[in-house]
Ligand binder design. Structure first.
Ligand SMILES: Nc1nc2c(ncn2[C@@H]2O[C@H](COP(=O)(O)OP(=O)(O)OP(=O)(O)O)[C@@H](O)[C@H]2O)c(=O)[nH]1
Ligand SMILES: C=C(OP(=O)(O)O)C(=O)O
Length: 231
């Protein structure tokens, strides 16, 4: 998606967001979400992408996915969707970054996780402003084990090292760790029911909220625990 920008805003960020094929997505939420797991994964990705596109510093957003349902939903929101090379998460991100550079060679490129349903555009702006000071940066997740954002300045090689203990990996590779106050919504990725409860407490986007309420109701009807996501 190309957003309208003022003359003074002639450059910005292109974000690349990876979205796994839905049959394999959010498996750690399987027990809690039951038959709603794939719909929850789409809802979370859509809320993340919509919030990211609302950030003034985000000029465009490239989603990498091989999933037709996710591709359609995210394309409708305004993402530029490309296919998945099916060689893992970092290959998907590098593929998206090639498209990002093709679309806007003079813009910075960032990878943003797709599971940030509480994302606030103003908090993402703070992260991107801080990131622009360095060649290669990352933001650790709230647990300080993984990574939620990785970015490079225009022209700097894009070499993301997501997966597992990626904070340590990004540090080893010389990426600058960002320390920015008040950006919890950019750090709270959702993998487990506890993560989802935390995100709900921060305040999630409308699709995730609706899905969480639906899951909670169906768990209640099925005689299971009735709090948000069976909590
Ligand atoms: N396009 C693409 N995205 C991926 C791939 N692997 C992971 N992702 C995305 O990268 C992010 C982190 O992925 P994971 O934590 O491995 O998977 P998840 O679906 O979030 O959760 P689990 O199934 O519980 O591990 C999520 O936004 C995924 O959609 C891949 O091979 N291709
Ligand atoms: C892929 C990552 O995250 P997670 O598996 O927690 O979604 C990561 O933090 O590098």
């Amino acid at each position: 998606m190309l957003k309208a920008m003022s003359a003074s805003e002639n450059s910005g960020w292109t974000l690349v967001v990876p979205v796994k094929t839905l049959v394999a997505a959010k498996t750690r939420l399987s027990a809690a979400a039951g038959p709603h797991r794939a719909a929850l994964a789409v809802a979370i990705a859509c809320d993340t992408v919509e919030a990211a596109l609302s950030c003034a510093l985000v000029a465009r957003l490239v989603v990498v996915t091989g999933d037709p349902v996710a591709a359609e939903a995210l394309g409708e929101i305004g993402a530029h969707v490309v296919g998945d090379p099916e060689a893992g998460l970092n290959a998907a991100l590098r593929h998206g970054a090639l498209e990002a550079v093709r679309l806007a060679p003079d813009d910075a490129v960032g990878a943003l996780q797709a599971d940030l349903p509480a994302l606030r555009p103003a908090e993402l702006s703070r992260v991107l402003t801080a990131a622009a000071e360095f060649d290669q940066v990352f933001l650790p997740d709230a647990a300080e084990i993984g990574t939620t954002f990785y970015g490079v300045r225009p022209g700097v090689p894009f070499t993301p090292g997501f997966g597992g203990e990626s904070r340590e990996r990004h540090l080893r590779r010389g990426a600058k760790e960002l320390f920015v106050e008040g950006v919890e919504s950019v750090r709270h990725d959702v993998d487990t029911p506890d993560d989802l409860r935390l995100a709900l407490a921060l305040g999630v986007g409308p699709r995730t909220l609706a899905m969480a309420e639906r899951i909670s109701a169906s768990n209640r009807d099925g005689g299971r625990a009735s709090g948000p996501i069976g909590g």
